[in-house]
Every structure is written in structure tokens, then in C-alpha cells.
Design a protein around this ligand. Structure first.
Ligand code: SF4
Length: 266
């Protein structure tokens, strides 16, 4: 089986059938503007921390942002322009806020490819800083509008990043942070307790076993399915189409029968 990632594990937990379309059958989903936007802003912040000597100027970061802007998935030119302006606002505010406390990052956009309990897991960590104590501080940037403030203490993605960082560098993670870029609010947590790490490992193993057993039943729910690119070919909905077809046929038969009885009564 190919490796798992935070995103593929979440997809499986949300809908195994969607996981199958995406990761087993290798079907592509349509580009989404929110992913493109997130990528563009992440890249600019990676550039902000790329140097080990000094921060680049705001103009350099904004130029980098413009040159590396990801255009995919926008509904219109107007929508793209608005998001581009929002990204400029975020980057400008971020760089101004951190101009004075800038320090070289220990790692940025760090790709990991590790094996936990015999399961290969890959991912990318936005930023890792080294604390004065020698421990690690793992940061994950968020660019979405809505944000759950309680997440840092329980967030599975941060638990995975903690596990991956400790495995990769042999250093203890002492702080975890979700950085909500649109509001520049930071939400910290201490190192996640071992029980969360154990639960995450169990979840990874459960998904691996289910995928090996080819358990891909659809978890249909209107709220999720209306945003799913695979709805037109999903058995949960094509089966329902057949039922609608059958209902139509039954209605036609009933109408014919009503006509026949009417004619008999006339
Ligand atoms: S349409 Fe719904 S049930 Fe089907 S794959 Fe997508 S999310 Fe799953």
C-alpha cells in the first residue's frame, strides 16, 4: 500500500469511498481556490524564513508572493484578484508584525517520510523552530476563515507533526502552535500527551488495515457529498438514481392502471 498522510487519513475517516476514488483509483479532484490560496501564502512565508542570516524585506516577500501565485481553481478573474489582495494584506501584516522578532527557522516546509508501526506516513510541516531550551516548536499555518480556538490541544495534525519531528530530529517537541494568518492570532499548546500519540498511531493502523481489506463503503451525507467531486459516479448516489428511476417507472405504471380502471368504469 502507498504511504498515508494526514490528509488521506482524514479523507478515509470522512468517507472511505472518497479515499478510494482519490488514493486507490488515482482520480483527480478539481483544483480548489482555497488550496491555491493557502499554497501561495505558505510559499511566501517559507521564503520569509528561508535565509539563515536575515529576513528578506517586505518588498522581496511580496515580489516572491506575486511571482509564485497559484492561479488554479478560481471561479473568475475578479474572485482571484480579491484573494490575491487578501494574501497581500496577510503577508504585509505578518512581515510587519515579525520584522523585529524574526529568527532563522530550524526547518521550513519540512517534508517527512517515516514509518510508524510498519506504516509509511508522509507529510509536510510548515515550520519548526528551536527553542532556547534545545526543544522544538512546531508551527502550522492556517489560512481558512473559520477557526476552532480549542484545536491546538487536541489537533491530530499537530500530534502527527510532533511524532514526526521527534522521530526525525531526536529532539523533544515542547510547543505546538496553530497560527491563524487572516487574524494573526496564535494558539499554543504544550507537547501533546502520550495518550494522543497512542490514539493517533491506532488510527493510522486502523486505516491501514481497512485499506488493505479494501473496505471502501461510502459515508453519504448531503452536507459532505454536495462538495464532493465524485458524486456523479459515487455508488451511494448512483444507487439512489436507480431508485428514482424505479419510482418513475412505478408512477408510470400506476398512471396506466388508473386509466385502465377509469375506462372500465365509463
Ligand atoms: S459523494 Fe459522498 S459518499 Fe460519495 S464519495 Fe463523495 S463524500 Fe463519499
Amino acid at each position: 500500500m502507498r504511504s498515508l498522510s494526514y490528509s488521506s487519513i482524514s479523507t478515509y475517516k470522512e468517507c472511505p469511498q472518497r479515499f478510494k476514488f482519490r488514493y486507490v483509483d488515482g482520480m483527480k479532484e478539481a483544483p480548489k481556490s482555497y488550496f491555491s490560496f493557502g499554497q501561495s501564502v505558505h510559499k511566501a512565508l517559507e521564503f520569509f524564513y528561508r535565509s539563515q542570516i536575515a529576513a528578506p524585506s517586505l518588498e522581496e516577500v511580496l515580489r516572491y508572493y506575486e511571482t509564485n501565485w497559484v492561479k488554479d481553481g478560481y471561479e473568475s478573474e475578479e474572485a482571484e484578484k480579491l484573494q490575491f489582495a487578501e494574501g497581500t494584506r496577510i503577508i504585509r501584516a505578518y512581515c510587519l508584525k515579525h520584522a523585529d522578532d524574526w529568527t532563522a527557522a530550524f526547518a521550513t516546509e519540512y517534508n517527512f517520510n517515516l514509518e510508524f508501526d510498519g506504516v509509511a506516513v508522509t507529510g509536510k510541516i510548515d515550520r519548526i523552530d528551536k527553542l532556547p531550551s534545545g526543544g522544538l516548536h512546531v508551527l502550522d499555518y492556517k489560512t481558512g476563515k473559520s477557526f476552532a480556538y480549542w484545536r491546538p490541544a487536541q489537533d491530530d495534525q499537530l500530534t502527527l507533526y510532533q511524532l514526526a519531528s521527534e522521530n526525525a530530529f531526536g529532539l523533544s517537541v515542547e510547543r505546538l502552535t496553530l497560527y491563524h494568518l487572516p487574524t494573526l492570532k496564535v494558539f499554543h499548546s504544550e507537547r501533546h500527551p502520550d495518550v494522543l500519540v497512542r490514539n493517533l498511531r491506532k488510527d493510522i493502523m486502523k486505516v491501514k488495515i481497512a485499506v488493505d481489506k479494501k473496505q471502501f463503503e461510502p459515508h453519504a451525507e448531503e452536507r459532505k457529498c454536495r462538495r464532493c467531486d465524485f458524486r456523479a459516479i459515487c455508488p451511494a448516489w448512483t444507487a439512489q438514481k436507480e431508485t428514482t428511476e424505479q419510482l418513475k417507472q412505478r408512477l408510470e405504471e400506476l398512471e396506466k392502471e388508473t386509466c385502465r380502471i377509469r375506462r372500465l368504469l365509463e
